[in-house]
Design a protein around this ligand. Structure first.
Ligand code: D41
Length: 675
């Protein structure tokens, strides 16, 4: 049966749409839709063309995979084509892949001992580097696998690409292949700068890497924080390489090329799956974006036996993670009011499965962001959910904007209490001026007050707090300590047992620490770390209440802004009243001696960040030690950080420190510094 007119039209429209996105991706470096959506369009077209082969045309996008070479860069023909990689998404598909490999190689018993080289699948741009007598002769993009573009001038600006190999024994002609990528920290920093300068930002690190490589002016590329890991070899002449893929990569590393430190040799499909899971857990802590892992049969003899199908090797496969970006539509934009009165736009979305969960709300951060991205009700948008972070709207797909959309404006009045919404000069955040009169702020303030790192009152959930606030039973946190068994047990859906447990939890929370108490008050900019520093420095509440701004800035980690926030808070009579009421209700802690800080200690002027598990010392103890000797301890790494003190299981902070070339110390080297 021939294709209907409707099918023919669908095929045409798919082709047009794919061509449009190819152009945006390869020529404009300005992608509009997530990969997952592009893949769906392509698969739909491929499916239809398979069903109706008579409709396949030579110019269909399915007939040429990869880049249109640009008119500006020289094209290069790869002497050996750069293959593509097949994908699997589910465990079952991976088992089928392994099964095929095992059968073809005539393995028995499930081929549990078949060795694979496993590594993360970097989300960057594939390139080829050609070394002649150990000297970098030419770098080229992968392009469509057969021809790419000459980007030698740009590759030379990337620090991790050696211009000359080190050591000896390399083949006279050696082509290596790998992925150029932009580490996340560099990507964020780059976009922040571009945004401030009103320049174009990148949608994601992969796009940033690909776009940077194709610059005509290498000075521009040199400014981009690019990195490269090599993952295979291409042309090899006049020289020998080992017979295992993993050994080849080791050898490349010894010649000065950078390889991924996460790579491992695993055995059997179970080894692959365990690796997939381990890398999946580590994904957010890595310094760079990955979109899956790659398994390659380690033995080159076996690779030769397996050969290729079409353009992909039969001996390798990419095992993809769930997509972190998807498309959906904005049903509405609402404004939420937080604990500090910050009025934040939130997009209500058509529910979409992204990053492993169904998402129906995404933050738009603040009104400037919303306007910069020009998000309107009715728009199709890219939502991103990476790791445990709050889902966010990345960008609008303007080509899919309906004719009727509604623009969003900052409300003049608070959606909760109707007070005026104000925005301070130069501040991105708009705030409700209602203070604790605003029930949203009161609820959020109370939720913060009872949270685990604050007063830690288990069982006083968000719903219950909201109800009590709504009824004006909770005017301020001290009302929590007035709750009785009788009053609680009367409430709907609250049994006697849970009422009793809650009263017990409230009672137990009264014995707290000064730092928890300070943190629980919810003073703006006073997070856990600052609260701890204040408590350690002053030792008692009266000392803090009477401290001037000049006194406060002497506290590690407290600058003029934070000092002012604290003073502002304590200058409000009603805040002092609440503090008194809480103590009257029995909230108490043990005072400590004020801290003696070395004015001119061995660590004066040095800023530390602490991460991981230290041997025989808690992080708080390490912090106190550093502070006593004049050093400062902060929570996040920046270029200004002097040292990262890292223990066991250091995660993303370690990666970031390496990224920013911040010196990393273990506890022993810290102690050596003190001597
Ligand atoms: O990290 C990657 N993106 C990656 C890509 C990798 N780790 N290994 C790869 N191996 C290959 C073969 C097996 C063909 C040598 C690849 C790619 N190919 C690849 N990158 C782009 C297309 C194919």
């Amino acid at each position: 049966m021939g294709a209907s007119a409707k099918t023919q039209k669908r095929i045409e429209s798919l082709r047009d749409e794919i061509r449009y996105h190819n152009h945006r991706y390869h020529t404009l470096d300005d992608i509009e839709i997530p990969d997952a959506e592009y893949d769906r369009l392509m698969r739909e077209l491929q499916g239809l063309e398979k069903e109706f082969p008579e409709l396949v045309t030579a110019d269909s996008p399915t007939q040429r995979v990869g880049a249109e070479p640009s008119e500006t860069l020289q094209t290069v023909r790869h002497q050996l084509p750069m293959l593509s990689l097949d994908n699997v998404f589910a465990e079952e598909e991976l088992r089928e892949f392994h099964q095929r490999v095992a059968e073809k190689l005539e393995f028995e018993d499930g081929a549990a001992d078949l060795r694979y080289a496993a590594e993360p699948k970097l989300d960057g741009a594939a390139i080829s580097l050609l070394y002649e007598d150990g000297v970098l002769l030419r770098a080229a993009t992968r392009g469509d696998g057969a021809t790419g573009e000459d980007i030698t001038h740009n590759a030379r600006t990337i620090d991790s690409i050696p211009l000359r190999l080190i050591g000896n024994g390399y083949p006279k002609t050696l082509e290596v292949r790998g992925e150029v990528f932009m580490p996340r920290a560099g990507f964020e920093a780059y976009n922040k700068k571009a945004r401030a300068a009103g320049e174009k930002t990148f949608v994601n690190p992969r796009n940033a890497a690909a776009g940077s490589l194709r610059q005509l002016d290498p000075k521009l590329t040199a400014e981009r924080p690019l990195d490269m890991y090599v993952y295979s070899v291409g042309l090899v002449e006049h020289g020998e390489l080992p017979e295992q893929h993993s050994e080849i990569i080791e050898q490349l590393q010894a010649w000065g090329l950078k390889t991924c430190p996460e790579r491992r040799v695993v055995t059997g499909v179970e080894g692959c799956l365990a690796y997939y899971e381990a890398i999946g857990k580590k994904r957010d802590a890595l310094a760079y974006d990955i979109d899956g892992v790659v398994y390659k049969v380690d033995s080159l003899a076996m690779q030769r036996e397996l050969g290729f199908v079409a353009r992909a090797p039969r001996w390798a496969v990419a095992h993809k993670f769930p997509a972190q970006e998807e498309l959906t539509t904005v049903v509405d934009v609402e404004f939420q009011v937080g604990r500090t009165g910050a009025v934040t736009p939130v997009a209500r979305l058509d529910p979409v499965f992204v990053g492993g969960v169904t998402v129906s709300n995404a933050t738009l951060h603040n009104i400037d962001e919303l306007h910069r991205k020009d998000v309107r009700v009715g728009d199709t948008v890219i939502v991103r959910r990476a790791g445990d972070v709050i889902p966010e709207v990345v960008s609008v797909v303007t080509s899919r904007r309906p004719t009727k959309t509604t623009r969003v404006q900052l409300p003049e009045r608070c959606p909760v209490c109707d007070s005026h919404v104000m925005r301070e000069q130069g501040e991105a955040v708009a705030r409700c001026t209602g203070g604790l009169f605003c029930k949203a702020q009161r609820s959020e303030a109370l939720k913060h007050f009872v949270s685990r790192k604050a007063m830690d009152i288990e069982g006083l959930g968000a719903k219950l707090i909201e109800q009590f606030v709504e009824e004006d039973r909770f005017q301020n946190p001290s009302n929590i300590f007035e709750l009785t068994n009788e009053e609680l047990a009367k409430r709907e859906r609250m049994g006697e047992k849970s009422a009793e447990n809650l009263v017990k939890a409230i009672d137990a929370s009264k014995a707290t620490s000064l730092s928890r108490f300070l943190y629980a008050l919810g003073i703006r900019e006073v997070g856990e770390a600052t609260a701890q520093n204040l408590a350690t420095y002053f030792g008692s509440l009266p000392a803090i209440l009477t401290a001037t701004a000049e006194d406060l800035v002497k506290v590690p980690d407290v600058g003029p802004v934070v000092a002012k926030r604290i003073r502002d808070f304590l200058n409000e009579g009603h805040n002092l009243e609440v503090i008194q009421q809480l103590q009257d209700h029995g909230v108490h802690w043990a005072d400590t001696d004020p801290m003696q800080i070395a004015e001119d200690g061995p660590l004066t002027g040095k800023t530390f960040v602490i991460t991981g598990t230290l041997p025989g010392m808690t992080r708080d103890e390490a912090k106190a030690l550093i502070q006593r000797e004049g050093g400062k301890v902060t929570g996040s790494i920046s270029k200004k950080t002097s040292y990262l003190l890292a223990g066991e299981k250091a995660g993303s902070k370690l990666a970031k420190a390496q990224q920013l070339a911040v010196e990393v110390l273990d506890l022993n080297s810290l102690i050596a510094l003190l001597k």
